[in-house]
Design a protein around this ligand. Structure first.
Ligand SMILES: [Zn+2]
Ligand SMILES: [Zn+2]
Length: 354
C-alpha cells in the first residue's frame, strides 16, 4: 500500500482528506454548531411559539423548546445519515437546558458530536390573545328568530355550537377563531367574532342543527393601509317553526320536519308530504308540538277511520285513519289533541321524532 505523508503533521497515512490526514481534517471539522443561549417567545395564554416573525401552535413548552433547538442547530452539510438526540431539562419554567448529540457519516467516517445550550423562555401575549383580550372583532353574528324570540334552549344551543366550532377551528390552525364577546338579550344573542370566516362556519353549523338562514352585510368601519376596512354582520335567523312544531296552514294541519331554505313537513290528516318556504308559511298558526302527544286506547278500526278515546274526556271519537297504520283494537296509540281535533300519529312519526 502506498503511504502518504500528511503535509500538516507529518504523519504517515493511506488517504488524505482535503490534502491533510484524517486526524488533522477532523480536528478542525465542525459537525454541529449550536449557540450557547437561545431565546424563545411563547404566548403565556395559548402557548403559541413565535418563529420567523409569526406565531405558530406547535405543542407544549417542551416541544417548543426542542423545536427552537432544532431550528438553531447547524449541522455540516457534508454530514449524511444524521441521527439527532435532544435531551431537554427544565431548570425553571423560564429556563431549559438542552443537550444535543449527533451521529453522522462524513466522508465514509462515523463522526459524533455533542453540544449543550440554554433556552430562555419569554412569556408574552401573542397577537391573537392580545386581540382576544382587547375585545377585537371583525364580525358580529346576530342570532334572532323569525316571528318570535329564540327560546333559552336555542340561545344556549347556538352559543355552544359557536364555542365548539371555535375550538375545532383553532385546532386546525385558525388563530382568529375566537369569540371576544357574547351578549345575550331577550331577542337573541350577539356574538363578537375574531374571524369572518369562522363566523360563516358558525352560521352554517347552526343551520344544520336548528334550521334557519343567514345573510351577510358589510359595514365600512375605517381605513387601514389605504384599504377600506369592513366589519361584517351576519344576520342569523332561526326558523319561525321548528321541527316537531304542528302548524295550521291554509286549512291543513302540518307537522314540521325540517326548516332551512325549504320547509319540509307532513300532513297529520292524510300523511301527505308538505314542502314550502319560510316566507310562504310566515305567520301560520302554531297549534301544538309533537312533544305534546299522549297515548290513548284504540277502540276499533273502520275502513277510513278509527275510534279512539279522547285522552281528556274519555269519550269515544272517530278520527281519520293515518297512513301506514298497523295497530289493533285495544292497543295504546299515540295521538295529538289540538283545538282542531285529535290526530293519530303513525308509528313511523314516533320513531323519527324520538
Ligand atoms: Zn495530519
Ligand atoms: Zn396566545
Amino acid at each position: 500500500m502506498n503511504s502518504i505523508t500528511c503535509p500538516k503533521c507529518g504523519k504517515e497515512c493511506d488517504k488524505l482528506f482535503d490534502s491533510v490526514c484524517r486526524d488533522c481534517f477532523f480536528e478542525t471539522f465542525k459537525l454541529i454548531e449550536l449557540p450557547l443561549v437561545l431565546h424563545v417567545r411563547i404566548c403565556s395564554s395559548c402557548g403559541a411559539y413565535f418563529h420567523r416573525s409569526r406565531w405558530e401552535d406547535i405543542g407544549n413548552i417542551e416541544e417548543v423548546v426542542l423545536k427552537a433547538v432544532e431550528n438553531a442547530l447547524f449541522i455540516h452539510n457534508e454530514a449524511g445519515d444524521v441521527e439527532l438526540y435532544l435531551e431537554p431539562r427544565e431548570v425553571t419554567p423560564y429556563m431549559y437546558r438542552v443537550r444535543a448529540e449527533v451521529d453522522a457519516i462524513v466522508r465514509e467516517e462515523p463522526v459524533h458530536a455533542e453540544a449543550e445550550t440554554e433556552v430562555r423562555v419569554q412569556r408574552i401575549a401573542c397577537d391573537m390573545c392580545s386581540r382576544e383580550s382587547g375585545g377585537y372583532f371583525e364580525a358580529i353574528i346576530q342570532i334572532r328568530a323569525t316571528g318570535r324570540f329564540p327560546t333559552e334552549e336555542e340561545k344556549k344551543c347556538c352559543s355552544a355550537i359557536a364555542r365548539e366550532a371555535m375550538k375545532s377551528m383553532k385546532k386546525k390552525g385558525d388563530r382568529l377563531a375566537f369569540i371576544s364577546e357574547c351578549q345575550e338579550q331577550k331577542e337573541g344573542v350577539d356574538l363578537y367574532m375574531g374571524s369572518m370566516n369562522a363566523s360563516r362556519q358558525v352560521c352554517r353549523a347552526i343551520i344544520s342543527e336548528l334550521g334557519g338562514s343567514f345573510s351577510e352585510s358589510p359595514t365600512l368601519v375605517g381605513m387601514k393601509d389605504g384599504k377600506n376596512l369592513y366589519r361584517i354582520t351576519f344576520a342569523m335567523r332561526l326558523p319561525e317553526f321548528r321541527p316537531g312544531d304542528v302548524i295550521k296552514f291554509r286549512g291543513r294541519i302540518i307537522q314540521i320536519r325540517s326548516s332551512g331554505k325549504k320547509v319540509n313537513g307532513i300532513s297529520l290528516e292524510d300523511g301527505s308530504r308538505f314542502i314550502s318556504t319560510p316566507e310562504e308559511i310566515k305567520g301560520a298558526e302554531k297549534i301544538a308540538n309533537i312533544r305534546d302527544m299522549v297515548y290513548t286506547v284504540l277502540v276499533s278500526i273502520e275502513e277510513n277511520a278509527i275510534l279512539v278515546l279522547d285522552p281528556e274526556t274519555y269519550e269515544t271519537v272517530a278520527i281519520k285513519k293515518p297512513m301506514s297504520f298497523s295497530a289493533e283494537a285495544g292497543d295504546e296509540i299515540p295521538v295529538l289533541k289540538t283545538e282542531y281535533g285529535i290526530f293519530a300519529l303513525a308509528n313511523f312519526e314516533l320513531l323519527r321524532e324520538k
